[in-house]
Ligand binder design. Structure first.
Ligand code: PRX
Length: 676
């Protein structure tokens, strides 16, 4: 049975016959310095000690007032962590470090174009910038505790400054990935009822200066059509004069932050004392149906969890220089560029652009220049770096002690290159499995305690108790048999709810396995992650991929329904079906099948129009590998499109028995078209 078939099946019990890899062990040098090297941690975090074990994580933070209750399950599954506690995330990431570390670099910002012009922002400078911007948000934009703000910004130092300024005054930020289109941004503005949009004029990507402000204009227009008025657009200006002629500022609505900030020179803003259970931010992610959902993360639970993960799994010490290549517009960037590392007073690197621009050595030059010793990236980037410059890392003088991979399954061969070429055989690797919803890691090895195994994420991290269930809720205990991976217990980093849609939250993550919908006992609410996985004899989990209609492109989640709905906007389209196709670098790519309305002639031009519509509505990341204009969709007799058959055709697999379909003859026609 091929791996692909396993990934795409919806039936739980399928044996996965692939070999388990050999272990790799951390060096004694690494173990000696590791933040976590006492094996008792697993006992301390056993289910018997749940939920009190998690106070160990909360104690990594500075609280104005300690909590009254570790876990409040009275509104399950909307769990409240460290209930009654008071804290501020911006205080924890900045102010508390000033006494001893104000001159230490908090952020190294590396621009794409001028390699030598790296900005080094100290904790004191970060404090000043965050305070001034927080004052602007409060006194100029009129924002107050509990308001939502949409932030559509590229990778820049101003992005974490903006997020931390929001956190300082208790405003809930909703960051939209900079590469997303205006329309995707508008969806998030409307859903979160943001009346302020924060953006940036432009940024460099792959050597080109991209006009970003233009997206804001469009997003505000679309939002207004959908009933959400944005009355202020705050534009950080990095390239004055370079793009302003194309995108005039709208009087009374658009303001350059750089100009307005002058009025707040030297301003200081007392951090709001937030309840632990107050939301810190929203992060939208793709799901099975409809529009992306706003995962709502709380202040105390989330911050405690990501700080602990950064400390114990990423092994960040205050003296480390840490570089996570993810985009801050995704959860990885929120948790592991901004909140986790800064709460630990580390120096966090932010790189503006493409890891291989202008050449395959760029990433390693950055590592050398900044003395990066902890490195964090995704399989898609590792594959690209390996393909373009397998021998490049050896040319540069850097030494990683620790490396992370995240976002999608990593093939053992790629893992081994990462270990030997990028890590130079000196670094330990953690393969961290988790999700936007989970705030921080679910499965990973603890680097100083357990050996690594290429291709396996590892056991649950301390405090996380995974279980593999079949579709009926029975535990699958036999090693190597795939099922739905669930987490038996809630944990502080998990989403609190789906913004404005509790029912969707319950239905998506709990309905399938909830033992009693009225229960206030956390034991009755196992969390369904939506991935298929196997557990091996040593307790390590191997993640196989999504069980729902989500495609993971370069580690980014895209809903097949989102792409299909974008295609349906084109007038000539009658039906659309998206299937994932394997890709060397990206992991997966969407392949789009289209049936046209009667009488419409297929043409290259039309295919291009459909592809462009998708890029416009979602972003280039969703661009289909190919738009196939097919005579008809293969369908069951009840009229359901057989995506499984299309998937097999796209991936040159076996379509199986199609004779029971309503229109079996079309399968051959499509096959001929696609596989020729
Ligand atoms: O399918 C899993 C995959 O990415 C999904 C979560 O995507 P997102 O919410 O965008 O968060 C990405 C960053 C955490 C998961 O459901 N995934 C994530 N990490 C891994 C992974 N698959 C295999 N191995 C991983 N380490």
């Amino acid at each position: 049975m091929s791996k692909k078939e396993v990934v795409e099946t919806t039936e739980a019990q399928i044996a996965v016959h692939w070999k388990e890899e050999n272990y790799y062990y951390p060096s004694t040098k690494f173990i000696a310095q590791a933040n976590l090297n006492d094996v008792e941690v697993f006992d301390r975090f056993s289910l018997d000690n749940f939920p009190d074990c998690y106070t160990e994580y909360a104690e990594l933070l500075t609280w104005y007032k300690y909590w009254d209750e570790v876990l409040d399950s009275s509104d399950a599954p909307c769990f409240k962590w460290f209930k009654g506690g008071l804290l501020n995330a911006s205080y924890n990431c900045i102010d508390r470090h000033l006494k001893n570390n104000k001159n230490k670099t908090a952020i190294h910002f590396v621009p794409e174009l001028e390699e030598e012009k790296i900005e080094h922002i100290t904790y004191q400078e970060l404090y000043v910038k965050v305070n001034e911007f927080a004052a602007l948000l409060r006194d100029f934009a009129g924002l107050k505790r509990g308001d939502r703000v949409t932030i559509h910004m590229p990778m820049s130092a101003e992005l974490p400054i903006t997020m931390l300024a929001c956190a300082r005054i208790g405003v809930i930020h909703s960051v939209v990935f900079g590469g997303f289109s205006a329309s995707a941004c508008a969806d998030r503005i409307v859903d979160s009822n943001s009346r302020v949009l924060i953006t940036m004029d432009a940024y460099y990507r792959g050597g080109k200066l991209l006009n970003h402000k233009v997206n804001a204009d469009e997003a505000v227009k679309i939002s207004a059509d959908d009933g959400q008025v944005v009355d202020k657009v705050l534009v950080w200006q990095r390239y004055p004069g370079k793009i302003s002629s194309d995108t005039p500022m709208v009087k009374g609505r658009d303001f350059f932050v750089n100009d307005e900030l002058k009025k707040f020179y030297g301003a200081r803003v007392e951090p709001e004392k937030m309840l632990s259970e107050d939301p810190l931010f929203l992060m939208y992610t793709s799901g099975t149906t409809g529009k992306p959902k706003g995962c709502q993360h709380g202040t105390g639970g989330y911050l405690a969890y990501v700080t602990a993960m950064s400390k114990y799994i990423q092994d960040i010490h205050p003296e480390d220089v840490y570089w996570c290549m993810a985009d801050i517009g995704w959860i990885t960037g929120h948790s592991f560029i901004v909140y986790g590392p800064l709460a630990l007073c580390a120096s966090s690197v932010i790189y503006e652009g493409v890891p291989t621009y202008p050449d395959a050595g760029r990433s390693w030059r950055i590592a050398q220049e900044l003395d990066v010793n902890i490195f964090h990236t995704a399989p898609t980037a590792i594959r690209a770096l390996r393909k373009l410059g397998p021998d490049e890392p050896a040319k540069y003088n850097y030494h990683f002690k620790h490396m992370t991979t995240v976002g999608e399954p990593i093939e053992p061969a790629v893992w081994k290159w990462y270990e030997s070429a990028v890590g130079k055989g000196e670094a330990i690797i953690v393969d961290t499995w988790w999700q936007t919803e989970t705030g921080g890691f679910l499965c990973s090895t603890v680097p100083g305690l357990s050996p690594m195994k290429p291709g396996s994420a590892g056991p649950g991290v301390p405090g996380i108790h995974p279980i593999i269930l079949d579709d009926d809720g029975n535990e699958i205990t036999e090693p190597g048999i795939a099922g739905n991976i669930c987490i038996q217990n809630p944990w502080p980093g998990m989403l609190q709810t789906v913004w404005g849609n509790r029912q969707r939250f319950v239905d998506t993550y709990f309905a399938q396995y909830c033992k009693d919908p009225n229960s206030k006992d956390w034991r009755d609410w196992p969390y369904l992650a939506g991935d298929a996985a196997t557990k091996s004899e040593d307790g390590y989990y191997r993640i196989l991929g999504r069980i729902d209609d989500v495609i993971n492109v370069s580690g980014h989640r895209l809903g097949t329904k989102e792409i299909e709905s974008a295609a349906m906007v084109v007038d000539e389209v009658a039906e659309a079906a998206v299937v994932p196709v394997s890709h060397d670098i990206k992991g997966k790519e969407p392949d789009l099948y289209i049936a046209l309305k009667t009488g419409v002639e297929p043409s290259e031009e039309l295919a291009r129009k459909i592809s462009d519509a998708i890029c416009d509505q979602i972003g280039k990341i969703a661009k289909p590998r190919k738009v196939w204009l097919v005579p008809d969709m293969p369908k069951t007799r009840s009229g359901k499109i057989m995506r499984r058959v299309l998937g097999a055709i796209s991936n040159k697999g076996d379509v199986g028995n199609v004779m029971t379909l309503a229109n079996p003859e079309v399968v051959e026609e499509i096959k001929h078209m696609v596989q020729k």
